[in-house]
Design a protein around this ligand. Sequence first.
Ligand code: BGC
Length: 742
Amino acid sequence: MNAFILSENRFDPKNIRKNESIMCRGNGYMCVRASLEEKYIGEQRNTLINGVFNAPPGEVSEIAVLPDATNCEIEIGGERFDMIRTDIQEYSRILDMKAGEGVRSLVWKSNSGRIRLEFKSIVSLTKKHITALKISITPLDQDTEIKIRAGIDAKVTNTGVQHFSAPVRRVYEDGILGLYLKTLQSGVDVSVHCRCSCDKPYKEEYTTDRRSVYSCISLSVKQGETAIFQKLTSYATSRDVEYAETDVCPETVNRDGTEYLKQALLCGYDALYAESAEMWKKYWEQSPLEICGSDFENKAISFAKYHLNVMASKDDNRVGIGAKGLSGEGYKGHSFWDTEIFILPYYIYTEPETARRLLEYRYKLLDSALLKAKRYGFEGAMYPWEGAWLTDGETCPEEGDLDLMTGEVRKNMMGEIEVHISADIAYAVWQYFQATGDEDFMQHCGYEMILLTAYFWSSRIAEKNGRYEILGVIGPDEYKDNIDNNAYTNYMAFYNLKLAEKIMDKIPEHLRKKYDTQKMLCRITETAERLYLPKADKDGIIPAFDGYRDLEETDTSKYKNRDKVGLIFKDYGFDEIQKLQVGKQADTIMLFHLLGDMFSDEEIKRNYEFYEQRTLHDSSLSMCFHALVGAKCALADEAAAMYHRACSVDIGENVNNSDEGIHSASIGGIWLALAMGFGGLCVEDGMLSVSPILPKGWSGYRFTVCFCGTRLLIETDSSGSQVKRLCGEEKEIRLSGKKLVV
Ligand code: BGC
């Protein structure tokens, strides 16, 4: 089994949307879902650019679906190519993750005889504004008349919501089609240009219908000959990082968009592919990652690494990572705590520059966080639960689920009370600093972030029972609303407060001038001292929140480990679930990884088992963390089974799971559970430590770790583990408890 190939050997319309998501192509700037060239019912044809958000009146800002340039209709002898109504043979469709190319090949039994078709497409990794398509058409039985209609289509919406003005449409003398439009509220200019051509003599006409412009190519191809059609497209927007410091006008965006395309046209598909594939090759080679002995897990880890390259910007610190990456409009393109807790560790230890950019994005959201705190009567930095563009503020929709019978909409409280994200961000800042020693980042961003998030906690507490408590929150488990003293939130807040104490004497002068740091420190210290941290009860269980153990126990086996999530809602309403000992996802157990030092091994194991039984894993964030913590509790086989489930979230059998996009947290979690769970990767007192264990069924694994400028390869198999230095200075590290110099 080739670990770098995702494939489909039979066209099944049921899989259209899932394949669009998991096989999407992108480069961190933009992403194109892997929609088939010809249209099908049920498809979700999205092209997305990181940072292009728009908020229609009364709705929150969301990533706007851009004009489509993937649609391409082929007609042979007057018959439209369509895989549902016609006979298709020798079908194969793959995503070659090693090179970032999608390839579909088949033989179509048309009324004009058999036609061999091959479709290849990329989103260039080297020329970030460019997408490219190449179609090879070979009539096998007779000479044939072929027509191809392709262009740019702005008849696109985000599931019905229109974000763009009516476009200006143009065809230039050199056959370049152009389409310019603006987001309706946020005023982002977008230009799309494309050029279609063929390697055999052809006739080209231009047509247009509402919000679109097309090139229609017709040609005759002899039996056995191959006609190669090519379409290159460029996207540019006024939000591009190239214009970050300027007030750019639409003409410049259009001009640059045309220029990007002209540069690409000088190369053509093959050269664009070669250059982009070379860059992909370097990406794979720089940090080897492999699980041996288990093909599925090995494919999953490659899949994760592929998407981790597609989802994060390579040069823009004004954008984050969406819950679906850029692979679909699900979760409106918003960034959650998913980034800091699940995804960031991969970048911290593999691509620290990307990790820094992502944290700088959070730094740039500080103003929003300060404003949000004020709005709710608090101080310090209360980070948006859902982040979008820098000036969008909190983008968590206030409307929750709809009761169809009454028409009432439940208020969504997450934006207001799912506050743990502030501590999660502070935690991630410290993790980054531990692994990189990047004092420059700390001076410019990190110390201020830690200070202001800690200060937030000192205002978010309430004096109760002679101590400080954190009341009325939603913890990671989103099936519980408005709870008091969620263990996860309280412990993470405590860690955040302690971090602020720790960094106080490193706070740079400019911050001392900006804030009354002495006053802040006093409040922070006092809060840390008096903050209530739920402790294990007589059974050794740390209550997930106040009163948890008094809730009714229920048999969860009916609802968990099934194909569908949310099954519990068939039997219980949301309010009834509040009264049950059931959870949506990993919650308290996450502390055993994040703040492992604060708990004994015995406590961890007991609580892991207790809470796992009560967790439905209805969120894709759940399995990877259970695998990670399971591995730490020496429950290696259980952890491996959980890991398998985490790996299945996107590439498993479930056909609809990824319709709206891949699950970026779970994808980050696949790496996290491997490196930090099975691999035991952590930093202890400034020293890198790994202590790999090998679960049953695996014969080995390897991953790389970048630590303070040195890149190390960690390899484990049944004979033991070793660490090799790939580049950078010598480092003293700990391998399975023993110190050694690499
Ligand atoms: C989970 C959250 C997560 C969000 C975005 C929700 O279903 O409960 O923890 O942040 O999805 O992935």
